[in-house]
Write a protein that binds this ligand. Structure first.
Ligand SMILES: C[S@@+](CC[C@H](N)C(=O)[O-])C[C@H]1O[C@@H](n2cnc3c(N)ncnc32)[C@H](O)[C@@H]1O
Length: 244
């Protein structure tokens, strides 16, 4: 499907039945309702949501990108992140962005409209099978896992690893387990109770836990802000010679 086609489809079915239940039941206010999304889709919102750690978390992702790479980002993110990824990939590369929600697709398409090396596709990340002939150098989940139920976490992690070629890298930037001394831990406890029912699983489980064949990969984890955030990179074990 080309960008034009998927755009008109996206506008036509803003509230459709194809959304996963958790999107309408839990996250309607944040990602589905077009009016609210229009208001929320800005850098300041990302900054505040991430307690001003946005730039270093974004850098953890951008630092993995080299010009000309083929990158799949599994879901849209508010603000200018997708534009920055697209610019870093550049016109000699490929940037594929998937998302499951029509209004997010619409926003992403507007942001990337002048960058023909980018393609925005309406797909559940758990059901994305890539494109023929495209082997991704980098596959990124930026703050998606904490928002999806447990079975979807398994499906998304495994889909990403199944699409990861030898020599490629997957990166997960997301919440982790905050240290007991970190006051934000207690704020997040309340936020999670009220708004993010699937987030605390990442306090208790390593991302590796969701991988069917975790032992076949090299897992590297960095934490930020007293453990509130984590960045996990994954490569095939057989391929330690990744260019980065
Ligand atoms: C990446 S997450 C959260 C990011 C962060 N809160 C932000 O600043 O946008 C939000 C996105 O994930 C999308 N999403 C949720 N479940 C998905 C799935 N199974 N596959 C692809 N995208 C999904 C939502 O539609 C939304 O655009």
């Amino acid at each position: 499907m080309d960008m034009k086609q998927s755009s008109s489809w996206a506008m036509a079915d803003s509230y459709d039945a194809n959304l996963p239940d958790y999107m309408t039941e839990v996250y309607n206010w944040a990602y589905v309702d077009p009016k609210k999304v229009r208001w929320l889709d800005r850098n300041l919102v990302v900054r505040v949501l991430l307690f001003f750690n946005d730039q270093r978390l974004i850098r953890a992702y951008l630092n993995e990108i080299r010009e000309g790479m083929k990158v799949w980002q599994v879901a849209h993110v508010y603000g200018d992140l997708v534009k920055r990824v697209a610019d870093k990939v550049g016109s000699r590369g490929i940037f594929h962005l998937t998302d499951v929600t029509p209004v997010q697709i619409e926003h992403a398409q507007q942001k990337l409209a002048d960058k023909p090396w980018c393609k925005v596709m309406r797909r559940d990340a758990a059901d994305f099978f890539g494109e023929e002939g495209v082997d991704y150098d980098l596959i990124c989940s930026f703050f998606l896992l904490h928002e999806v139920p447990e079975n979807k976490k398994y499906q998304i992690v495994n889909r990403m690893l199944e699409l990861l070629p030898k020599g490629g890298k997957a990166i997960f930037v997301d919440y982790g387990r905050p240290a007991k001394w970190q006051p934000i831990r207690y704020i997040l406890k309340v936020v999670n109770r009220l708004l993010e029912p699937f987030a605390e699983a990442l306090w208790n489980n390593e991302i590796k836990h969701y991988a069917r064949e975790a032992e076949k990969f090299v897992w590297e984890k960095k934490t930020f802000f007293g453990g509130v955030y984590q960045c996990v990179t994954v490569r095939h074990k057989e391929c330690r010679g990744f260019s980065k």
